[in-house]
Design a protein around this ligand. Structure first.
Ligand code: KG4
Ligand code: ZN
Length: 357
């Protein structure tokens, strides 16, 4: 009884908007998939610490992320990861002004570990909670590393679950320009890698294999290349499978390089077209697939050729981390104030889009 009263009292206290400024330190927590991460970020982009514990080795033997194993590993690892982030930041935990956590999209069991921990800390420290959309956080990765980026920007958000072209009109204001109509780019990398027997996770393994092959060896289809800003990758995946069935002796490196080139060509061409259409000040990469070396080279070259500024996050900022959560949390806290302590984890959360109710 007493406990319930105390929690609701805190929730009402914390709805008051705190002052959010350049000195405001936010703890970010990320547990949406297979990385357990915590980070302290000051003023939205000054990263004081960023700790990431990857579960890749735990899932590799199953060829993909096993949700139950992910949740258990987050439970075991999260507290030490948070403790390390605070120690590495070199500041007292009393300096933390808010607790930001990924509330979705992601695996429900995995998300719940982070959300529960963040709520507990929010109550224990009497500091506001900020629920962060994981996709929005990927958009913020670029701002952490280059706060001078000018809006509007076109962001190519390419991860294991999403492939989107987003116009960042302003902080927190996004317009969807295009998206995949079937598989996400990362999903295509993972499926083709599995078919080629390269293992998991597929993206980095194809990336490496491709360095040994000829990207012009096989002319795989570039679906919808001249047709709008949407993407389709499932036909490409089928083409790769058919090619290997018809040519069992084909070089794995050539197939990997040619597949990768087909994905990169479409992603880059559509990003530049989108930037041209909206008169963007720059183009930015985000999400796990932005670690791809061929995509990075082609993206930068295309920006240069089109006379438009391009920005590539560092490798550490491409894949899942908590610095991007703390950063997006700082901006959300400033614009919207704290999130209710009763907010649920939302496995199917979408990017908040302008004009989308
Ligand atoms: O953003 P992320 O870490 O997790 C999600 O939110 O999905 O993205 C993971 C995806 C996986 O599909 C992985 O294969 C892909 O990013 N990926 C890559 C590379 N590194 C990671 N894809 C292509 N090339 C890479 N070097
Ligand atoms: Zn991600």
């Amino acid at each position: 009884m007493t406990h319930t009263f105390r929690t609701s009292l805190l929730a009402s206290e914390l709805r008051e908007r705190p002052v959010v400024g350049p000195d405001t330190v936010v703890l970010g927590i990320e547990t949406s998939c297979d990385e357990t991460a915590a980070s302290l970020v000051m003023g939205g982009n000054d990263v004081l610490s960023s700790v990431v514990s990857s579960q890749i080795d735990l899932h590799a033997q199953y060829g993909g992320v096993v949700p139950e194993i992910a949740s258990r590993a987050h439970l075991e690892t999260l507290n030490p990861v948070i403790a390390r982030a605070i120690v590495e930041a070199g500041i007292d935990e009393s300096r933390i002004e808010a607790v930001a956590v990924t509330i979705g999209p992601g695996l429900i069991g995995a998300l719940l570990v982070g959300v529960s921990a963040a709520k507990a800390l929010s109550v224990a420290w009497n500091k506001p909670l900020v629920g962060v959309n994981h996709l929005e956080a990927h958009l913020y990765a670029a701002f952490i590393e280059d706060p001078s980026l000018e809006l509007p920007l076109v962001v190519l958000l390419v991860s294991g679950g999403h492939t989107m072209l987003v116009e960042m009109v302003d902080h927190g204001r996004y317009r969807l320009l295009g998206q995949t109509v079937d598989d996400a780019a990362g999903e295509a990398f993972d499926k083709v890698a599995r078919f080629l027997g390269l293992g998991y996770p597929g993206g980095p393994l194809i990336d490496h294999e491709a360095t040994l092959g000829d990207p012009t060896a096989i002319r795989f289809p570039r679906a919808m290349l001249h047709d709008g800003l949407n993407f389709s990758f499932s036909g490409l995946k089928t083409s790769v499978v058919n090619h290997i069935r018809q040519h069992p002796d084909a070089s794995t490196a050539d197939v990997a390089a040619s597949f990768q080139q087909a994905v990169v060509d479409v992603l880059v061409a559509k990003t530049v077209r989108a930037a041209d259409q909206i008169g963007a000040r720059g183009i930015v990469l985000g999400g796990g697939v932005s670690a791809n070396s061929q995509l990075r080279t082609a993206f930068q070259q295309a920006g240069h050729d089109a006379g438009i500024r391009s920005f590539l996050p560092t490798m550490a900022m491409c894949t899942d981390n908590a610095a991007m959560i703390a950063s997006a949390g700082w901006y959300r806290l400033r614009s919207d104030g704290p999130t209710s302590l009763s907010a649920p984890a939302s496995p199917n959360l979408r990017l908040p889009l302008l004009g989308a109710g």
